[in-house]
Write a protein that binds this ligand. Structure first.
Ligand code: APR
Length: 321
């Protein structure tokens, strides 16, 4: 049986890390695409040369021609610009909306059957744009944010409770921005929900408020430290988890920026972070969980922010026509 084909659009910090992880996990053969000639070829060759040492079987190639992504099973999009200190993800709309146009057209022409994972920010609006331009079914185009935001929340909780990250589960829903919604009631250590852990004296209300805010600011914290770009290791790991769930039909329950319609969460068509099941059909299901009044208010606020970003993206794309 032929290996799967994984196309990475954007061979920058995240793209290179994605290629390396896809190789280490033997998810398939990797094609790196970028407009900066030499970068995708160089990174591909460098990673290929690590394969005899790490003992993995996969081919790596770099290209500036969309034709080379033909027949890809998975496409992961990081093309565009990352933010710099002081910028919000939303400041990237102008440039990245026009990048999504060319990327969406390339996918439409050469990889219409792929499962497409968008990472480019502002995430919820860019995944919307990519779906519009590519015309792929909504269940095959998804954004990576919830796995990353939840991983940050999980990491901070594990540190606070001094337990293994493996035993901490957490959900962060809503848009991938300042309004994201870390859900304490659905976050737990080996099944013990955070509100119970507060009652048990494992942490305090004040400390939890700090952790929730640190999660919301997780991306900015890294940008502030790096100064020249944004996070790339954890974003790449998160997208690879989603790609693996699709390629291996794992039916993993992961929070992703998915298309929510049909009245779920009171919505009739928006990309926003919700719990999903990822399997061989892409997004197999958007899982609707119960929210209390406070959680619903935070989620509604986040949806409104995403709607504003999608409107701004529409304007940018109309200008680029
Ligand atoms: N088509 C293809 N590649 C492009 C295009 C385009 N139109 N425009 C830019 N690129 C490439 C750049 O040449 C660069 O190699 O996208 C790559 C982006 O890489 P980095 O600048 O290293 O950014 P990275 O950290 O990988 O983040 C990419 O993901 O998390 C988000 O906010 C982040 O939007 C940013 C994206």
């Amino acid at each position: 049986m032929a290996r799967n084909k994984i196309a990475l659009i954007g061979a920058g910090n995240i793209g290179g890390t994605l290629a390396h992880l896809a190789g280490l996990k033997e998810l398939g053969d990797v094609v790196l695409f970028d407009i900066a000639d030499g970068i995708p070829q160089g990174k591909g060759l460098d990673i290929a040369e690590s394969s005899p040492v790490d003992c993995f079987n996969a081919s790596f190639s770099g290209t500036t021609d969309y034709k080379d992504i033909e027949g890809a099973d998975v496409v992961i999009v990081t093309a565009g610009v990352p933010r710099k200190p002081g910028m919000s993800r939303d400041d990237l709309i102008g440039i990245n909306a026009s990048v999504m146009k060319s990327v969406g057209e390339g996918i439409k022409q050469y990889a219409p059957n792929a499962f497409v994972i968008c990472i480019t920010n502002p995430l919820d609006a860019m995944v919307w744009a990519l779906r519009e331009v590519s015309g792929l079914p909504h269940n095959k185009v998804v954004g990576m944010a919830g796995v990353l935001d939840s991983a940050r929340f999980r990491y901070f909780l594990a540190e606070e409770f001094n337990v293994s990250v493996e035993d901490v589960t957490a959900f962060v829903l809503g848009g991938h921005g300042d309004t994201m919604v870390p859900l304490e009631r659905y976050s737990a250590v080996a099944g013990i929900p955070v509100p119970d852990l507060i009652e048990m004296g494992w942490t305090t209300r004040e400390k939890m408020d700090e952790i929730v805010q640190r999660t919301r600011d997780g991306g900015a914290e890294i940008v502030g430290l790096l100064k020249t770009g944004s996070a790339f290791y954890a974003p790449a790991s998160s997208a690879i988890q989603m790609a693996e769930a699709y390629l291996k039909d794992q039916r993993r329950l992961l929070p992703c920026a998915a298309w929510v319609d049909g009245g779920k969460y009171g919505q009739d068509g928006i990309y926003v972070g919700v719990p999903t099941i990822i399997g061989a059909n892409g997004i197999e299901e958007v899982v609707e969980i119960k929210l209390n009044d406070d959680e619903q208010a935070m989620f509604d606020n986040s949806i409104n922010a995403v709607k504003g970003l999608i409107e701004a993206t529409k304007e940018q794309m109309a200008k680029a026509d």
